[in-house]
Design a protein around this ligand. Structure first.
Ligand code: PLP
Length: 390
């Protein structure tokens, strides 16, 4: 299906709402029926009906159709955060006694879900080096039910061969799940390579304006019906109709924003790689990236997120460099990414913290997110800040 059609028209039918171009925000918790028979039928098939907004809502429905089409899956569910999407999806696939194979260093709250939360309910896990199919296969046990992937991850960008992972999961009867937030469906469609369930932090690129927290899971209708009847309806992690309408507006420009952040991010990464004060740039679309060939096979672009190690003599120098970028109004110090604004997270932040161990990531690393600003103007600021490294 044509991507621009999905983003601008799919799922919308303005004859149903006075010809309005912008879809209405159906801010209603419940829906009425003309007869007992109609009421009975809707309740019997709540997945496909508008009964109650904890299950379905017409504004959210438009969003679901677009997100499913973007990933090329039968359906999608929209949740109140990316972490809710990860948790509702993973929990729905396991019972006490089951085991999960998960790639090393997943998103921080996914790690906490496995280590602190699911462990309380008798679910075990093994972390594996996801760059090696042999390592993944070796970690599979008799009680393994899920292969959980994140490709690329969002700090050091290790990737998994998705077609091979999907085949392996199928061979061993596992449900394969991927966090596809980094690439967005514009640049990577894991379900097309055989992955069962695709989750997103829609807070990042899908909404794209740093004003809504939202999560998504895409997959077969049968799998999503199971998640709906299990974690989705019982835990209730829904998005409000109002936030769904904001995400619909964000999606209008998804393709344009992805192209812009890919081009700008790659430009800044290339400039940094040639700079004498830079030790290493980690960006999946630089030929120096260890898995560059795999990335070319399974991704169409990278977006604006990458990391760099700098040649700095001290943590204070790294702090001065980072503060200078803020002072020059080029970068803001903030978590998250995927919005309009350029951001940095210096690893130095996680060193010298009171009552906390230093991060294992060296303080020489800075994660960059390049937003929608003029990349040339951003680079001029970065060059100026680099003068503070000796
Ligand atoms: C942000 C993020 C999440 C969590 O999403 P929220 O919307 O913040 O709950 C999950 N995975 C990745 C890769 C993320 O970057």
């Amino acid at each position: 299906m044509n991507t621009s059609y999905i983003l601008n028209h799919l799922g919308e039918d303005n004859e149903q709402y006075f010809g309005a171009i912008a879809p209405p925000i159906i801010q209603s918790s419940n829906f009425a029926f003309p007869t007992v028979a109609a009421f009975r039928e809707a309740i019997a098939q709540e997945y496909d009906s508008h009964v109650y907004t904890r299950g379905n809502n017409p504004t959210v429905k438009i969003l679901r159709q677009k997100l499913a089409a973007l990933e090329g899956t039968e359906d999608a569910l929209v949740l109140s955060s990316g972490s809710a999407a990860v948790a509702a999806t993973l929990i729905s696939q396991v019972q006490a006694g089951d085991h999960i194979v998960c790639v090393d260093a997943p998103y921080s709250w996914t790690k906490i879900l496995l280590q602190n939360f699911l462990s309380r309910f008798g679910v075990t896990y093994t972390y594996v080096d996801g760059t090696s199919i042999a390592a993944i296969e070796a970690a599979i046990q008799d009680n393994t039910k899920v292969l959980y992937l994140e490709s690329p991850n969002s700090l050091t960008f290790e990737c998994q061969d998705l077609a091979k992972c999907a085949a392996l999961a199928r061979q061993y009867g596992l449900t394969s799940i991927i966090d596809n937030s980094y690439a967005s469906p514009i640049f990577q469609q894991p379900a097309q390579l055989g992955i069962d369930l695709v989750v997103h932090s829609g807070t990042k690129y899908l909404n794209g304006h740093s004003d809504v927290v939202v999560g998504v899971v895409c997959g077969d209708k049968a799998k999503l019906e199971q998640i709906f009847a299990d974690t989705y309806m019982t835990l209730g992690p829904i998005i409000s109709p109002n936030d769904a309408a904001m995400v619909l507006r964000g999606l209008r420009t998804l393709e344009l924003r992805m192209q812009r952040t890919h081009q700008s991010g790659l430009y800044i990464a290339q400039q940094l790689e040639q700079h004498p004060k830079v030790k290493q740039v980690i960006h999946p679309f630089l030929p120096s990236f260890p898995q560059y060939d795999l990335v070319q096979q399974q991704m169409k672009g990278a977006g604006g997120l990458f990391s760099a190690h700098f040649k700095a003599n001290s943590i204070e120098e790294m702090e001065a460099f980072s503060n200078k970028l803020v002072e020059l109004n080029r970068m803001q110090l903030a978590v998250s990414w995927g919005g309009h604004e350029s951001l940095i997270i210096p690893s130095a932040t996680f060193h010298n913290m009171p009552d906390r161990e230093d991060s294992p990531i060296p303080w020489t690393l800075v994660r960059f997110y390049i937003g929608l600003e003029d990349p040339q103007w951003l680079w001029e600021g970065i060059e100026e800040a680099l003068l503070l490294l000796n």
